[in-house]
Design a binder for this molecule. Structure first.
Ligand code: UD1
Ligand code: CA
Length: 486
């Protein structure tokens, strides 16, 4: 049966056997030259392993068994953190110490594998396998066959080769021969084993028990089960794909960067298919979930992190970083703006104008048509409709009423060295330039604060309040002159 869509696959879920995913993640990752375990290096802002756990979740796996070894404690701890999509997945861990090969790795999982399932073997360092590909592989396995995911590689050096009967491209699969064990004729084979298979648990256990390490590398090869299957008369089928990115593993920083670009390009194309206009799909990074309504346009070099929602007609200028924020319809974020809602989020109201060079921090709640200009920082503050802070200002722990104008260089002094205090600026207040509002303080509605004021007491509504040294002039003032040295 050919499964053509995710929906059909989901519908078919109840007819399928339980799926147990094994994720091999015990290897050292020497070529990363890093203290961090390889599978915890981030791709699109999340550990490689989390992407593989997402895949297991997409397969509706009964459980994911993660095989750990190098950096086991760190790897296991990283899986305990809520990784988002995988929160419903049952994850168990088995340790492999020492690491004696992929067959030895899977042997460690035997005690936690029930006999009634189909086992899908994945690697923690291969992050971009599509669930649809694995559903095909599981269908090919059909609860009774050994199904291998394979690929044609013009330069197959290093990979296990698919040996077929009579050497014919459509001959039955007889074995996988590892590169180092392959004869010159076998090394010429360009069909390789991807490292991913689907196999019924019961025969898998039988075959694992028979593995030995009599080979060029002195390792227990998982790939040796193919010849045991053939000997038992169990059909071995290859599901061949053409998209190498799906089975590419990360062994070095260069490969990690390559996969990052491949993943980002996929995101960019998905967004463009949804109608988002990207100035350049090669210059976009989405490290999380970016949800866009119609007619969103995004200029070059923008980074989106966590959960970001962009409303209809939102425009994002070049070089913006936007994390954990909701930008409502018609808002414009000008170039070089940095928005990070972290755990509290940021909201930008309809038709608001932000930046260039603005900074919105956690808890910034901006109403409709708010203007935040260059070098203005807003943290944990609510700005009502039409409020403006256009230049060089700081608003922290403040409530700013409708149509307030907050002058250039003015700030809320919200921190007394020990505690944070709130500033309440009521509707229609005008705060002049270079004012310091020492919190806690309330500026009454419609009032005006003269430029350069340091406000330490609340101000009455409608009044002009000035709190600065009075201006005096001394006529005909002679500046001191330099004394002549004699
Ligand atoms: C393996 C396959 C090879 C295939 C290739 C695809 C075997 C014997 N060979 O090669 O046919 O073409 O993958 O990339 O299976 N790991 C452990 N414990 C171990 C050894 C490995 O957990 O003792 C993990 C690694 O961390 C890695 C994965 O298993 O995530 C694959 O190991 P790797 O050494 O890359 O596989 P190869 O033997 O090179
Ligand atoms: Ca490898």
């Amino acid at each position: 049966m050919q499964l053509t869509s995710e929906i059909q696959v989901q519908d078919g879920a109840q007819n399928r056997p339980p799926i147990d995913v094994i994720i091999m993640a015990a290897g050292k990752g020497t070529r990363m030259k890093s203290r961090r375990p390889k599978v915890l290096h981030p791709l699109a802002g999340r550990p490689l392993l989390w992407h593989v756990l997402d895949t297991a979740q997409a397969l509706l796996a009964r459980q994911a068994v993660v095989i750990t070894g190098h950096g086991a404690i760190e790897v296991e701890a990283a899986c305990a953190v809520d990784s988002g999509a995988t929160s419903q997945l049952v994850i168990s861990f088995v340790r492999q110490e020492p690491q004696l090969g992929t067959g030895h790795a899977v042997q460690q999982a035997v005690p936690v594998l029930a006999d009634d399932g189909v086992v899908v073997v994945l690697s923690g360092d291969v992050p971009l396998t599509q669930p649809a590909t694995l559903f095909h592989l599981i269908s090919a396995c059909a609860e009774e066959r050994l199904a291998l995911l394979t690929l044609e590689m013009p330069e197959p050096a290093g990979y296990g080769r698919i040996v077929r009967a009579g050497g014919a491209a459509d001959g039955a699969v007889r074995a996988i021969v590892e590169h180092k064990d392959a004869s010159p004729q076998q090394q010429a084979i360009t069909e390789i084993y991807s490292g991913i298979m689907a196999v019924p648990a019961a025969p898998l256990k039988r075959w694992l028990a028979k593995l030995d390490n009599q080979n060029a590398q002195g390792e227990y090869y998982l790939t040796d089960i193919v010849k045991f299957a053939v000997a038992d008369g169990v059909p071995v089928v290859a599901h061949k794909i053409t998209d190498a990115v799906q089975v590419t593993g990360v062994n070095s920083p260069a490969q990690l960067a390559e996969l990052e670009r491949a993943y980002q390009l996929q995101q960019a194309h998905r967004l463009m298919e949804e109608g988002v206009r990207l100035a350049d799909p090669a210059r976009l990074d989405v490290r999380g979930d970016l949800l866009c309504a119609h007619d969103v346009s995004i200029d070059v070099n923008c980074i989106f992190e966590g959960q970001v929602n962009l409303g209809e007609g939102v425009t994002i200028g070049a070089n913006c970083i936007i994390a954990n924020a909701v930008i409502e319809a018609g808002a414009t974020i000008h170039a070089f703006t940095h928005i990070d809602g972290e755990n509290l989020g940021v909201t930008v109201g309809t038709g608001a104008l932000i930046g260039p060079f603005a900074r919105l921090r956690p808890g910034a709640r901006l109403g409709a048509e708010v203007h935040i200009g260059n070098f203005v920082e807003v943290k944990n503050s609510t700005l009502a409709k039409g409020a403006k802070a256009n230049h060089l200002a700081y608003l922290g722990d403040a409530h700013v009423g409708e149509r307030v104008n907050f002058g250039a260089g003015s700030i809320t002094a919200n921190y007394d060295g020990a505690n944070k205090h709130r500033t309440d600026i009521e509707a229609d207040v005008h705060v002049g330039s270079n004012c310091v509002l020492v919190a806690p303080v309330t500026l009454g509605a419609g009032g005006t604060v003269g430029g350069g004021s340091t406000i330490t007491k609340s101000t009455p509504p409608g009044a002009l309040t000035v709190a600065r040294g009075k201006q005096t002039s001394i006529a005909n003032w002679n500046r001191p002159k330099k004394e002549k040295k004699t």
